[in-house]
Structures are given as C-alpha cells and as structure tokens.
Design a protein around this ligand. Sequence first.
Ligand SMILES: [Zn+2]
Length: 194
Amino acid sequence: MMLLVTSRLPSPWGTYSISAFGLEGDRFPHIVLHRGIEGALESGAPVDVRIHSECMTGDVFASQRCDCGEQLHHALDHFKRHGGMLIYLRQEGRGIGLVEKLRAYNLQDGGLNTYEANAAMGHGEDDRQYTDAVDILAHYKVKSVRLLTNNPLKGKALKSAGVDVVERIPVIGTETAENADYLKAKKDITGHLF
Ligand SMILES: [Zn+2]
C-alpha cells in the first residue's frame, strides 16, 4: 500500500487535505482526510483520529439501520472545531462487502442480530482489520492518538500495533426505532460503550 495522491477538499466541515492510499490503479483506495494537525505532527502531540470503516448505506444514504453516518459526521464536526484525521477504510459491512451486508439485512429483518446474521452467512462476527490504518498512521509519523470511537476493540488493535492511544473520545449517536436492536447487539457482544 502506498500514498497515491493528495489533494484539497473543501467541505461543510472545513477544508481538508485528502489523500488516497492503495495500490497503483486501485479503484477503491483508503481515504485520509486531515486538517489542523501540522503542529501536533511537529511536536509529537496526540492527534485526534477517527478510523471509520466504509458503510455506504449509512455514510451516503443516512440509513437508520446503523449509526455509521451519524458517527462519521460527528467526527468531521469534531475535526472542524479541533482538527484531526479521518482514516476511511474500504471494508464495507464489517469486511463482508455491500452485497452480503444487504443480504444480512434481510436475515436481520427475519429476527437475527447483526452478528448472528453475518455468522449465518458463514462470515466472522467482525472481519474488519486495522493493519492498514496502522500503516497509514505510520506514514504520517503519528505515534499517539486520541481515538474517536465507542469500540474498545479498535483501541486495543491500535495499542497492540504500538500506537499510543492516550484517550478515547466517545462518538455520540442517536438511538432510533430502526437502530435500537443494532446498537444493543454492539453493546452486548463487543462491549461498545455509548
Ligand atoms: Zn453502517
């Protein structure tokens, strides 16, 4: 994996440097947005980081089956005010891809929770990997982070890869009738903190 291109991205949440990481010719590279982190990079101070796995239905279409879109926008709003880095990993549907995720939605409408549905289709409960995120942090020489997440496993994955996670910043989402079961399953099974 390598840095393929860097450009400028003005957004409602401020102007970002946007970079794509992957292999040359990659159509679905990982994306990094960052703003206001130059001082921290120079001094070695912790950088506010959100590692977000792609969820097209949530991120783009504001699906109420999950809280991904809301978490993404919460993080960008945080970066608008405090600066920071978004690492957007192309591992849709906890790594099973969009088609399988939509099939899992049908199983969920039949009564299974998000993890049971993935397992019923022969996938792991959570196939997401964070090694590419660790490589991206290393590219920017970020050794210390304040992690925007509700998922304690993400912090553990980074710590075990040698990244210093000095603080966890909760990402508050809204519970809706549609996502209540999903949020409960995340809390019960992986110990998500809300
Ligand atoms: Zn989602």
